[in-house]
Design a binder for this molecule. Structure first.
Ligand code: GDP
Ligand code: GDP
Length: 465
């Protein structure tokens, strides 16, 4: 049995566009002008390997009527009642509106599993709206672009998480009850411990191995997944062009996404030529942590840096593997040199873990996996608001923000709005005037004070309400 999904949100956030993308046909009307009335329909939808039905509610709220509010609410409630899962859509380009909160209340009261979708995430300035989305109190916003098809793998994961794996794949309807909403506290102090890990150890950790052609990705993957650790054979699963394999490393369940690496094992893949870097990069979207394989004999080529930069911009955790270390003649000096280059060329992820390995001999792979696990922890780390603000007070005492045009900039408080990767909101007067150098200083101190090396850290500045 498949499950039913209602796409809910105020007008113009992109519900129809998302509907079309999931249903795969131009069924719902997409129109810039509110007022286009559409029927409520249920349609078969597909998101990679997930099959479900979508209730199209896009028409309800655009019907111009005197009792619009009431009608809108009633219709929305009807659709939610019918649904097993709600996709609650907000517009990260425009930011939150009062209507968003009203709709969110209806969704929350229903008690149905919900995925908060921050649409239009590709738009300029969407990051602020993305963080704002936390304020509707429906958990972690999943950034997507319904129009451009971005963020769909994350949406898939979030749906599975919200509705439960059994239900998602249609095995057992009862199971869904056991999967409560992912709950996220925004701006609230998590009493104890001060720094907590916001992930579930029983879920597979998703990693991908990427790099330039011939860096040694296939060799590495095959060395990592030896036969005994293979839990399920590689199969063309998630998408046509990406395959995953589950294995265990020191008792930790790991799902490895790969596009080119498993030719040896996967018959289907045998015919494929080496895929381009761009293909490999698609695996990034599935992954939480990405291992970037460098050929240590020719490190830091332009393409290597482009790949690393993309991963950072995608907000994934990354670990560098300096591969073919067996070919390096002067390991100590080379390692020092490579670490220096890493720090200099990738300053936005200070403390990035970079491990020398030989995929061919297997040396260093254990250390590499240690680094992956450590980075995953940091990527998931949540620091309590209380502790953050004690830290902020100290920083402001030592090194307050500069005066701009004779006026001191004031910082009021800081909260961690998200994890995976860590994202913070800094409340301050005149955010636009705050020098970038000072923001960088804050990010670097945060990194050091709370031991968050090597992951992208996002900081959004906002004027107090
Ligand atoms: P609905 O009223 O919630 O059903 O919203 P629509 O799907 O009709 O979309 C409203 C407007 O937002 C349309 O102009 C869409 O083209 C636009 N839109 C939808 N999704 C996106 C997106 O991901 N990015 C951007 N930039 N615009 C989008
Ligand atoms: P991919 O294109 O990134 O998947 O790279 P491959 O795994 O196919 O490796 C490219 C070449 O580098 C092959 O000839 C491998 O045998 C070789 N290679 C991979 N890892 C190592 C290593 O650790 N040491 C040495 N010496 N050669 C390696």
């Amino acid at each position: 049995m498949s499950f039913k999904v209602a796409i809910i949100g105020r007008p113009n956030v992109g519900k129809s566009t998302l509907f079309n993308r999931l249903v795969g046909k131009k069924l719902a009307l997409v129109d810039d002008t509110p007022g286009v009335t559409r029927d409520r329909r249920v349609h078969a939808a597909k998101l990679y390997d997930l099959n479900f039905e979508v209730i199209d509610t896009a028409g309800f709220e655009t019907a111009a009527a005197a009792t619009l509010q009431g009608r809108m609410r009633a219709q929305t409630e009807l659709a939610i009642n019918e649904a097993d899962l709600v996709l609650f859509v907000v517009d990260s380009k425009s930011g939150l509106m009062p209507d968003d909160k009203a709709f969110a209340d209806v969704v929350r009261r229903s008690g149905k599993p919900v995925v908060l979708v921050a649409n239009k995430a590709e738009a300029r300035g969407a990051q602020g709206g993305m963080l704002e989305a936390w304020e509707v109190g429906l958990g972690e916003p999943i950034p997507i672009s319904a129009e451009h098809g971005q963020g769909m793998p994350d949406l898939r994961e979030a749906i599975i998480e919200a509705i439960g794996e059994e239900r998602a794949f249609g095995e057992d309807e009862e199971e869904a009850e056991d999967h409560p909403l992912t709950e996220v506290l925004v701006g609230e102090d998590i009493a104890d411990p001060d720094v907590e890990l916001a992930y579930d150890e029983t879920k597979p950790m998703r990693i991908a191995v990427v790099g330039r052609p011939n860096a040694g990705k296939s060799t590495m993957i095959n060395a990592l997944i030896d036969e005994e650790r293979l839990l399920t054979g590689p199969e063309a699963g998630i998408t046509r062009d990406s395959i995953s394999v589950d294995w265990e490393w020191r008792g930790r369940l790991i799902r490895l996404f790969d596009t080119a690496g498993m030719r040896r094992k996967a018959k289907v893949q045998e015919k494929l030529e080496k895929l381009s870097v761009a293909d490999g990069l698609r695996a990034i979207r599935f992954a939480e942590i990405v291992i970037v394989v460098f050929d240590a004999t020719i490190p830091f080529e332009k393409q290597d840096l482009q790949i690393a930069d993309l991963i950072i911009r995608e907000g994934r955790g990354l670990v560098l593997a300096f591969n073919k270390w067996d070919l390096i003649e002067n390991p100590q000096a080379t390692l020092a040199d490579l670490h220096e280059k890493t720090a200099r060329l990738l300053p936005q992820v200070r403390g990035l873990l970079a491990v020398p390995v030989s995929a061919e001999t297997g040396r260093g792979l254990d250390k590499l996996m240690d680094a992956v696990l450590k980075t995953h922890q940091v990527w998931n780390r949540r620091v309590s608001t209380g502790r953050l603000n004690r830290w902020l007070e100290r920083i402001l005492g030592h090194h307050p923000p500069p005066a701009v045009a004779g006026r001191r900039l004031k910082i009021k408080y800081i909260t961690q709005a998200k994890t995976r990767p860590p994202g913070f909101v800094l409340s301050c007067t005149r955010p636009e005037a705050m020098p970038q150098s000072y923001v960088r200083y804050l990010v670097n101190s945060l990194r050091e004070s709370f031991d968050m090396p090597g992951v992208p850290i996002r900081m959004v500045l906002r004027a107090p309400d």
